[in-house]
Design a protein around this ligand. Structure first.
Ligand SMILES: Nc1ncnc2c1ncn2[C@@H]1O[C@H](COP(=O)(O)OP(=O)(O)O)[C@@H](O)[C@H]1O
Ligand SMILES: [Mg+2]
Length: 289
């Protein structure tokens, strides 16, 4: 029997996969999501979501997709890793993913792909009145050349709206990169920075996830002092919270106990420090930021 079933869960509560069904809408995540959806509805062009590793960008993008799937006036595609060797490969992959057929008037050169993309954007955006959305995760990996391709695509517009909606999610380097390209940064219509959770949000996120996973007991599974420890040790980073809670529940089963108190969390942290874990991964090391 899996550890989580022993504790009364139907599903694993603290898996680290970016499952939108386990997405707790913190104030910041909610602001980022709602505003991005508004930008897309108004077709204002460029949205940028920034955040450190493990602040929930990828999970947010999955949530966004879940919302977009429910709408018939949206065509979207997500790029998970935008490392492209050159602009030709990037443009071709865009054409392929939006299922655009490319004529060979210029012998299959870059111009052909650009033409085809432009025609597609006008067809969808103006004739069919749909929003074409391109979401790029790990956008800090975009090369300057790829950013230039995107800048050109963002130039296609009517008097009222842009024909391509771009949502970039990335780490702080993305901000630096964009700031060096004034032609690009001028086009940002909404920019948002995701910060780690407060103590209260940490508690709400933990409780949200355990309920989502089918925990029904009225008893607190994580005691308040444990949550304070978790918040301190993880500095409120959702990925670290998730990993630490996962370990805490496994520990609970091993000890044959039914609540997580501060002692359980402290023991996990101590063990990891003793095993030298923290040298490889500062996940649970206190005051290391
Ligand atoms: N708002 C949230 N609610 C619940 N869990 C979250 C939330 N944000 C992130 N997580 C958890 O943290 C993990 C890391 O998030 P992720 O989206 O991969 O971060 P990033 O892409 O910014 O590195 C996710 O797999 C998920 O388990
Ligand atoms: Mg990510």
């Amino acid at each position: 029997m899996s550890y989580y079933k022993v504790l009364g869960f139907e599903k694993e509560p603290f898996s680290t996969s970016p499952d939108p069904n386990y997405f707790y809408l913190s104030r910041e995540h909610e602001q980022a999501l709602t505003n991005t959806l508004i930008e897309l509805r108004l077709r204002r062009g460029l949205t940028v979501i920034l955040g450190d590793i493990g602040t929930g960008k990828t999970t947010l993008s999955r949530k966004l997709i879940q919302e977009l799937k429910a709408r018939h006036d949206v065509i979207f595609h997500i790029i998970l890793d935008p490392t492209f060797e050159d602009e030709h490969i990037f443009l071709r992959s865009l054409a392929r993913n939006f299922e655009i057929s490319v004529d060979n008037s210029y012998g299959g050169a870059l111009l052909d792909v650009r033409d085809a993309l432009e025609r597609f954007l006008f067809q969808k955006g103006v004739t069919e009145n749909k929003a074409v959305v391109l979401i790029i995760d790990e956008a800090q990996k975009l090369s300057d050349r790829s950013l230039e391709v995107l800048r050109v695509l963002l130039n296609y517009e009517t008097n009222e709206y842009k024909l391509l909606q771009l949502v970039l999610l990335g780490q702080a380097e993305l901000n630096e990169k964009i700031n060096h390209l004034p032609n690009f940064s001028d086009r940002i219509s909404f920019k948002y920075m995701l910060n780690p959770f407060s103590l209260q949000e940490t508690e709400e996120m933990i409780n949200f996830r355990i309920r989502r996973a089918g925990y029904k007991s009225k008893m607190h599974l994580f005691l308040k002092d444990a949550i304070i420890e978790i918040h301190q040790a993880t500095q409120g980073y959702p990925r670290r919270i998730t990993m630490l809670c996962h370990k805490a529940l496994k520990e609970l089963v091993m000890r044959n106990k039914s609540v997580v108190n501060a002692g359980v969390i402290e023991d996990i942290i101590q063990n990891e420090m003793r095993d030298g874990w923290h040298r490889k991964d500062p996940l649970l090391l206190k005051n290391s930021y």
